[in-house]
Ligand binder design. Structure first.
Ligand SMILES: Nc1ncnc2c1ncn2[C@@H]1O[C@H](COP(=O)(O)OP(=O)(O)OP(=O)(O)O)[C@@H](O)[C@H]1O
Length: 591
């Protein structure tokens, strides 16, 4: 059951959690060196630019009244130099930090992808793909700047603030307190909106996730949409989801905009107060024009880092909404994995035993109950039965795509729960009805079964399963580029490629799930020869609705009522005149 359908929001985690940032530090710490360099460059650049008001004060109060033209030129040149140096330093820092930001994106994304590759089928069963994609692509992008520049700028703005305050207090203590008077008001407003703002950004992340999920689903199902002329209806759904996103975005921005608005107004009020208090206390010994000028410049500078800090705070709040989703994915347990001390499954002979196996996808809803059977090495077994009876489930369990609810599955007497996944799956070949084709050449796609296979081996495998002929008909032959999911190829062609891929992998246990259903009768007859080659000496499980394709199997198991209702050879089952007999006669009559 899909836990997070495209129009169902993912649960919001309620309390604000600083642990997400602490955890993000793992990525940031790896970039400690360039970040320290960037920080020092910024601090230097800030300190240099801070000396400008002091120069200005000296020029207004001393150099100009003394009419010292030479000194004036000297001070002007120094001022220019401070500007040039701070710009150069800022540029170098920006280069370093862009790289750091990209490195952090790279690291998080690689970790996410690695983890996603290990997550069990159950994880993918439960959520729309679009909601997974958005985490790896968009969310990681969204947090990169905060985790790189954001951190540096945060420290820098604090240092900047301390510097400015120190310079300010050095010039005039009274006027400095006037400048600080706006701070409590500002902090009060921040505290008031903090939680609402965070929830608003969480809602934005949910709505963009929903939108993405629907978009992804719509693109995947475009054929069905057009066939059933559902375009208008889908457009309506999309518009609704896009509208939800817009509404939440606007709401979140309202909170964000409130902060600079407050800062701007406070800064203006403070400046006015400085002029007012300054002019009221103006005296040649105490508050000179130079002091007022320097103080108003510092006051403007003092509120600038506060504005920057509040903008950074906005970005942090926004990033938390994304970080919690990213870490949630990284924390998703790999429930189907190697147990501690898992051993290698030795090269298998191929005996498969189900020992009292019970299985449920969703707790309490058993699909198989207390199923036991034993398949000898090299035996070919057909699984037949009504739709939804559990045939695919049986073969998915042999490959350990899911954990059992009860019982054991043994290969050559070895419980598959105790062997490494790699050693187990490398000995199994699975061919599904929807053979997946990756973007790349046909050659690459076949070679997927054995990465070090030579071109000759690939061609030999293709020949065995009768794929060689159609591949050569393409202008580029084996080098023909196919798109993701193989949309350039017919379903049957995709299956033949997948047959070749599996043959190349040379598995001991073979699973064919409706693998021949899309191949026409003529090709299937041709393929039968290849298929016989493929099956030779291997244990095989063949799921097929077309009974004509499985009657030669050593054993036929009729899956029904949460277990194996009938088992025997074609002849035996026909003689029994039970479920299989009924199904077979029904199909014969249809033919
Ligand atoms: N990922 C899943 N999550 C929850 N339930 C599932 C999942 N996959 C299958 N099921 C349910 O398990 C039951 C058995 O499904 P399974 O695919 O094994 O049947 P099948 O016999 O192979 O069917 P078919 O002949 O149509 O391919 C069905 O009732 C199905 O609804």
């Amino acid at each position: 059951m899909a836990r997070n359908k495209f129009d169902v929001d993912e649960n919001l985690e309620s309390p604000f959690n600083i642990k997400h940032f602490r955890r993000a530090m793992i990525y940031i710490r790896r970039k400690k060196k360039p970040m320290i360099i960037a920080f020092l460059l910024s601090a230097l650049s800030a300190a240099i630019s801070l000396s400008a008001p002091l120069i200005m004060q000296h020029v207004v109060d001393v150099t100009i009244p003394a009419k010292a033209k030479g000194a004036l030129v000297g001070w002007s040149a120094l001022m220019l130099l401070t500007i040039v140096v701070s710009v150069v330093l800022a540029t170098i820092r920006s280069r370093i930090m862009t790289r750091v930001g990209q490195d952090i994106i790279f690291d998080i994304r690689t970790d996410l992808f690695k983890h996603l590759q290990e997550l069990p089928f159950k994880y993918y069963d439960d959520r729309p793909q679009g909601k997974i994609l958005i985490r790896v692509v968009n969310y990681v992008n969204a947090v990169s700047d905060v985790l790189s520049n954001g951190i540096i700028n945060f420290i820098l703005e604090i240092v900047n603030l301390i510097f400015i305050a120190a310079f300010m207090f050095a010039v005039d203590v009274r006027l400095s307190f006037v400048t600080l008077a706006g701070l409590p008001v500002f902090l009060g407003i921040m505290l008031l909106i903090k939680n609402k703002q965070r929830r608003a950004w969480q809602a934005v992340s949910n709505k963009s996730s929903n939108l993405n999920a629907y978009l992804q689903e719509s693109i995947s199902g475009i054929g069905v949409t057009q066939m059933f002329s559902r375009e208008q209806r889908n457009e309506g759904i999309f518009t609704r989801l896009a509208g939800n996103f817009r509404t939440e975005w606007m709401r979140a921005l309202r909170y964000n905009a409130l902060i600079p608005f407050t800062v701007d107004n406070l800064a203006t009020t403070v400046m006015t107060l400085i002029y007012l208090v300054g002019l009221l206390t103006l005296s040649p010994q105490d508050v000179t024009f130079g002091v007022i000028l320097a103080m108003s410049s510092y006051a403007a500078r003092f509120w600038q880092p506060i504005l920057n800090l509040s903008n950074l705070y906005n970005s942090f709040i926004n990033a938390v909404a994304y970080l919690e989703r990213i870490f949630e994915t990284l924390d998703e347990p790999v429930t189907v994995s190697d147990v501690p001390g898992a051993k290698e499954l030795p090269p298998a002979r191929g005996q498969v035993t189900f020992d009292d196996v019970t299985f449920a996808y969703d707790p309490g809803l058993n699909i198989l109950e207390n199923v036991s059977f034993d398949v000898k090495a090299g035996e070919s077994v057909a699984l037949v039965g009504p739709t939804g009876a559990g045939k695919t489930t049986v073969v998915n369990l042999i490959s350990r795509f899911y954990n059992l609810t009860g019982g054991r599955i043994l290969i050559d007497g070895e419980d598959i729960a105790g062997v490494t996944m790699k050693s187990l799956r490398s000995q199994m070949g699975i061919m599904l009805q929807d053979s997946f084709i990756f973007s790349g050449t046909i050659l690459d796609n076949i070679r997927y079964g054995k990465l070090d296979a030579t071109e000759e081996e690939v061609i030999a495998a293709a020949k065995t399963v009768c794929a060689d002929e159609f591949i050569r008909e393409f202008e580029q032959g084996y080098m023909t580029e196919v798109n993701e999911r193989g949309s350039k190829l017919s379903q049957g062609q995709r299956q033949l490629i997948s047959f070749a891929r599996t043959l190349l992998a040379d598995p001991r246990i073979l699973i064919l799930d409706e693998a021949t259903s899309s191949i026409d009768a003529k090709t299937e007859r041709l393929l039968q020869k290849g298929l016989n080659e493929l099956l030779k000496g291997r244990t095989s499980f063949i799921i097929a609705h077309r009974l004509s394709t499985v009657k030669n199997c050593d054993r036929i198991m009729y899956v029904a009522n949460k277990g194996i209702a009938e088992s025997g050879s074609h002849e035996e089952l026909l003689a029994r005149k039970g479920l299989y007999h009924r199904l077979y006669t029904a199909q014969k009559m249809e033919a």
